[in-house]
Write a protein that binds this ligand. Structure first.
Ligand code: NAP
Length: 488
């Protein structure tokens, strides 16, 4: 029972949250939330659909009038209060997250703190929305630019970061003056609903932050992308779904931000600090059991250090302890669903059938009951394998070999994705050269822990458009208006 694990049981919410009210589906429908570590149903949540989403959008539109009467400083104070409450309740939020998502408790706690940092950041940014006074083209005129909230925002988020992917959208939307209607992933609605409870306690006015849980994703998505009152759609998830939402949003010319899939390469050169490279590639691969969009998907190692890297990396991977994320000894949790395990198995089988060799893991043995897969290392991976092109989204590290810098850059860029890339070298000029040539939105040099609230997170190519966090993150929620003052 989740309740028995929480200090504050009122954080466990199982209804939708619309206009400050906790609501059930009109027909009483509910869906199961399953613990991926045990395959047990841990909660049943109201299954809302298109009708409730439409209501939420219309009420969210009205709510903006109330929020707009607050000064930037007042809005900032409310957001700050929300940040404080999230931090005060971080252990409960982390437990809820581990139970519905599977990641180990320490990572879940880390995600809550990381997610909260976006609320704190945008609470501060709310006070710093500036306009411009432009040079005048005649003496009797003045030209101004003011920034205004874009309007109601429709947001759709994935299950892999059930708190941070939400705060990264909701906090800048509220800071800019926009209301938001959120559809969280059906696998992880409880984290979203707990955030809404804390937002309400913080004093965020009714209707400014609404959560519509439901399994009818397409139906909810059609409202969020099609309703004329929604002015912006922000999505984090797969490239496949992102393309559908962009096409739908185009019908009413909505602004979109898309944080989509990745296929991150890690380039390890002969002159790299080998221990740093091994640690960096390890952290970037196995965090959240390999289910992050900036996960090391392909590890490209130069010939001179290939054997050394494979051996050191394999040794570290064999030390992982796979198990329930709430068990203290676990260092890696389960995957999100049985289908995820099947996908990962099939990528491994494909690579092995084409000549790759296993040095660690390779199957789902050793942990019973849940959707586990052993941390896996594959050596002698090459471009003919599916694993070179597809997002693995699981704990499998394929290690490729390259000889020259040219070859490494070509391999790294040989993908339709362009989210994050990493390289390890001690050569300063090579760091610059390669960072500039990698077709990615984010590059880590001798570092794979690259994300925080102060950096612009986002990708190029089919990894998406727009940036979240940082001083740039607010712009996506603001509209620019030019005002010409005549007869001065
Ligand atoms: P997904 O299948 O695209 O689902 C993401 C969200 O979209 C979920 O809420 C899902 O709802 C919803 N959805 C699915 N089909 C929809 C439709 N037709 N209309 C409207 N909404 C729809 O992705 P996922 O498997 O949950 O997440 C993993 C993906 O997210 C990976 O590709 C990963 O790289 C990407 N990701 C990217 C970033 C980034 O910042 N670039 C960050 C994290 C994750 P249901 O849950 O109800 O199906």
């Amino acid at each position: 029972m989740i309740e028995q694990m929480l200090s504050d049981t009122s954080l466990l919410k199982t209804q939708g949250f619309i206009n400050g009210q906790w609501v059930s589906a009109e027909n009483g429908a509910e869906f199961d939330v399953v613990n991926p570590a045990s395959n047990e149903v841990i909660a049943r949540v109201a299954d809302l659909g298109g009708k409730e989403t439409k209501q939420a959008i219309e009420l969210a539109h009205d709510a903006m009038a109330v929020w707009s009467k607050k000064t930037p400083k007042e809005k900032s104070a409310v957001l700050r209060k929300w940040f404080d409450l999230v931090m005060e309740n971080k252990d409960d939020l982390a437990k809820i997250m581990t139970l519905e998502q599977g990641k180990i408790f320490a990572e879940a706690r880390g995600e809550v703190i990381y997610g909260a940092s976006y609320i704190e950041w945008f609470a501060e940014e709310a006070k710093r929305i500036y306009g411009d006074v432009l040079p005048s083209t005649s003496t009797d005129r003045r030209s101004l630019v003011i920034k205004q909230p874009i309007g109601v925002v429709g947001a759709i988020t994935p299950w892999n970061f059930p708190v941070a992917m939400i705060t990264r959208k909701v906090a800048p939307a509220l800071a800019a003056g926009c209301s938001i209607v959120l559809k969280p992933a059906a696998e992880t609605p409880l984290s979203a609903l707990a955030l809404a409870e804390l937002a309400q306690r913080a004093g965020i006015p009714s209707g400014m932050f609404n959560v519509v849980p439901g399994v009818a994703a397409a139906e909810i998505g059609e409202q969020l992308t099609g309703h004329s009152l929604v002015k912006k759609v922000t999505f984090t998830g797969s490239t496949r779904v992102g393309k559908i939402l962009m096409a739908q949003a185009a019908q009413t010319v909505k602004r979109t931000s898309m944080e989509l899939g990745g296929n991150a390469p890690v380039l390890v050169f002969d002159d790299a600090d080998m221990d740093k490279a091994v640690e960096g590639a390890l952290a970037a691969k196995f965090r959240n059991a390999g289910q992050t969009c900036i996960c090391a998907n392909r590890i490209l190692v130069q010939s001179g250090v290939y054997e050394e890297f494979v051996s050191k990396y394999t040794e570290k991977v064999q030390a992982f302890v796979v198990g329930n994320g709430l068990a203290e000894k676990s260092t890696m949790g389960p995957l999100i669903t049985r289908i995820a395990v099947e996908n990962v198995s099939s990528l491994v089988e494909d690579a092995l059938s084409k000549g790759a060799k296993l040095t660690a893991g390779g199957d789902n043995s050793g942990a019973e009951g849940g959707y586990f897969f052993q941390p896996t290392v594959i050596r002698d991976a090459d471009q003919s394998m599916r694993i070179a092109k597809e997002e693995v989204f699981g704990p499998v590290a394929p290690i490729f070999r390259f000889d020259t810098e040219e070859e490494a850059v070509a391999m790294a860029n040989d993908t339709e994705f362009g989210l994050a890339a990493y390289l390890f070298t001690k050569d300063q000029s090579r760091s610059w050269r390669i960072s500039e040539r990698l077709d990615y939105g984010m590059v880590g040099v001798n570092e794979t822990a690259i994300s925080s609230e102060v950096i612009p997170f986002g990708g190029v190519k089919e990894s998406g458009q727009g940036r979240e966090g940082s001083k740039y993150g607010l712009e996506d929620y603001l509209e620019m208006k030019y005002v010409c003052l005549g007869d001065i």
